[in-house]
Structure formats: structure tokens, C-alpha cells
Ligand binder design. Structure first.
Ligand code: IMP
Length: 331
């Protein structure tokens, strides 16, 4: 499982894509919904995915969308076309469907727009309808017919057969409806346990939980952000970013060790991945060889490991999926 450790936008997409290329994964499953954008830069191309799993970069990986996830038909179709994954993607027949009406309802809410800072993609309103038991599911939508499957059944079967299944979580631990900075949170739990439930796989089946952090913290929308700096200061440090889905400038703060440790605990993480290490240490930009890691970067990684109490599995050193230093054991 791969989950976000801060407020989303940690770079889960690139971590998932990297693992999909490196490990022998049979099936990768995307959870969550279209408010979460995962960016993948591979072979000189950039994809901003809101539905299709980032593991698509490896053509031998089968792809799925979880029962607890929500799709929007137009967004899904566009991404299937962009990624060319039609022949190997399926949508759990129990996944929820977001309609235009849900986004309209969110856009008419001053509270969501101004107080929470929602992405206004209709995700929360679709969740409301699901709880009210009036939401259409994937199985009710004729356009999705050729993609439907019993994904939890397939995932459990593959696990029984000894295959690796990768679950791609969305957003970040502190945007969780339960464990985040309520009410400045998203409309679902975003910790590892929740994503297992979204897929329909039990906790005893989990091998690794990799929690992804960025070398600094960003957050879009409202809510507390310890150590927040001005956007000008962030730009000076090379940490200025804009939201994948909304295009809004992200709020920025330095790496927060205490928050990161809490994320490790909430997700019972077995390892961490840290992205954008080149933003903190420009000398590692594009580095892939672990033996060339400078001393001061090693020291920082050791400091992170001692606070987090889990090993750091990989470091992102550039935009390209393969710009990464792998610190785990060779398979
Ligand atoms: P909503 O889930 O679109 O209603 O947004 C609720 C809060 O979660 C807002 O602060 C959003 O900016 C934030 N949020 C939702 N999805 C993501 C994401 O994928 N990355 C970062 N922030 C997100």
C-alpha cells in the first residue's frame, strides 16, 4: 500500500509508478476520487491522473478502481484514452459515480468554497448521496459496462495465488475525515485502513505500507499548517507549487518531523518514501545511484529514520519517475 503522509501532493503518483516499474506487481488499485490528482512524468511525458492508477506506466500491470472509490465517467474516459489502458483496466461494479449535479451542489456552498477550501469536484456531495443510499454505482451506468468487475474478488484471488497487489491511496493522512485537521479535511478517511476497506481486502493481507512524504510540506485549501512561510519565501527556496486539480498556489512549510511520525503511527507504516529531496539538497538532482548519495543527505535520511522509526525506502531526486535513489534491499 502507498499512502500520503501529510496533506496530499506528496508525490504518491511518482512513487507508485516507480514501484510498478521496479517490482513484480500483478494488479494496482486506485482508491479515492477525482479531487486527488496524481502526477506521473515518464519517458518525457506528463500525466495528471485523477482516476487511472499511476502504475499504468508498466504495461504488464493490471489496473483497477476500488469499490470505495468514485469515478466520473468523462474524467475516466479521458484518462483511459490518454494512458491507453482500456484493455487492462476494470472498475469495481460497486464503485460510486459522480455526476455534474454533485459538483454544482458543491459550487453553491460558500462553506465548502471559502471555509474548507474544497476542490469543488463534487466528491463530498457524491459521498453524501452514497450515505443516503441514492448514489448511482458503476454497475448502474451503461457507459461503464465493459469495464465492470468484482475487483475485491480478483484482488483476494491474486493474493491467494501469491501475486503482489498494490493499493494506491489518495490525498494525505491529515486530510482524513477522522484523523485529519477537521473540518479542514476531505470527505473520506485517507489512512491505510480506509483504503483497505475501499478495496475490500482485510488487514491481515497487508505486507508493506509505504507512507510518502515530500521534503517539505504543502497544503491547498484552509486549515492549520505549522511553520507556514510566505509564498515568496517558498518561491525563493524553490518550493512554490500549484495544485494539480485546481491550479491554486499551495501553502508551504518545512518538513514536519512530528507530523510525519504521527502519520507513520496512524498508518502502521513499514517504510517511508521521500520525494523532492532535490528541492532540499540540489546536489542530488537526477541522482539514481545510492552509492553516490552525499554525506549530508545520508545524515538527513538517518535523522528522518530515527524520528520516524521506519526505514526510508526511496528518495525522489527529480520529476521523472526513474529519478530516484532506492535504499531498500534489492529484490
Ligand atoms: P474536497 O475533498 O475537494 O472537498 O476538499 C477538501 C479539502 O481537501 C481541501 O482543503 C482540498 O484542498 C483538500 N484536498 C482534497 N483532495 C486533495 C488532494 O488530492 N490533494 C491535496 N488536497 C486535497
Amino acid at each position: 500500500m502507498v499512502v500520503g503522509g501529510f496533506f496530499g501532493d506528496e508525490g504518491k503518483g511518482r512513487v507508485v509508478a516507480y514501484l510498478a516499474l521496479r517490482r513484480n506487481i500483478r494488479l494496482a488499485i486506485r482508491c479515492g476520487a477525482i479531487n486527488a490528482g496524481h502526477t506521473v512524468v515518464y519517458g518525457g511525458r506528463t500525466w495528471r491522473l485523477r482516476s487511472v492508477p499511476s502504475a499504468f506506466v508498466n504495461p504488464s500491470v493490471e489496473l483497477g478502481i476500488a469499490a470505495g472509490g468514485l469515478v466520473k465517467v468523462d474524467v475516466l474516459y479521458k484518462e483511459i484514452e490518454e494512458t491507453g489502458c482500456a484493455g487492462r483496466l476494470c472498475v469495481d461494479e460497486r464503485a460510486g459515480v459522480i455526476e455534474e449535479e454533485h459538483a454544482l451542489r458543491e459550487r453553491s456552498s460558500d462553506y465548502l468554497a471559502k471555509t474548507v477550501g474544497s476542490t469543488l469536484q463534487g466528491v463530498g456531495e457524491a459521498m453524501v448521496d452514497r450515505v443516503r443510499r441514492v448514489l448511482r454505482l458503476a454497475r448502474d451506468v451503461p457507459e461503464l459496462k465493459s469495464y465492470l468487475c468484482d475487483l475485491s474478488g480478483i484482488a483476494n484471488e491474486y493474493l491467494d495465488e501469491g501475486h503482489e497487489v498494490l493499493i494506491e491511496g489518495t490525498q494525505g493522512t491529515f486530510l482524513s475525515l477522522y484523523h485529519g485537521t477537521y473540518p479542514y479535511v476531505t470527505s473520506r478517511d485517507t489512512t491505510a485502513s480506509a483504503f483497505l476497506s475501499e478495496v475490500g481486502v482485510g488487514p491481515k493481507r497487508v505486507g508493506d505500507v509505504i507512507v510518502v512524504f515530500k521534503s517539505y510540506v504543502t497544503r491547498v485549501g484552509a486549515g492549520p499548517l505549522r511553520g507556514e512561510m510566505s509564498f515568496e519565501e517558498a518561491a525563493r527556496l524553490g518550493w512554490a507549487e500549484y495544485g494539480t486539480v485546481t491550479g491554486r498556489p499551495r501553502r508551504v512549510a518545512p518538513f514536519d518531523f512530528e507530523l510525519a511520525r504521527r502519520a507513520v503511527v496512524l498508518n502502521s507504516a513499514t517504510a517511508a518514501a521521500i520525494t523532492k529531496v532535490d528541492a532540499l539538497f540540489p546536489e542530488v538532482r537526477g541522482l539514481r545511484d545510492p552509492s553516490k548519495l552525499p554525506r549530508r543527505v545520508k545524515d538527513w535520511v538517518e535523522q528522518v529514520e530515527s524520528v520516524l522509526k521506519v526505514p526510508v525506502l526511496m528518495l525522489g531526486t527529480g520529476e521523472e519517475v526513474e529519478d530516484a535513489v532506492y535504499l531498500g534491499e534489492e529484490e
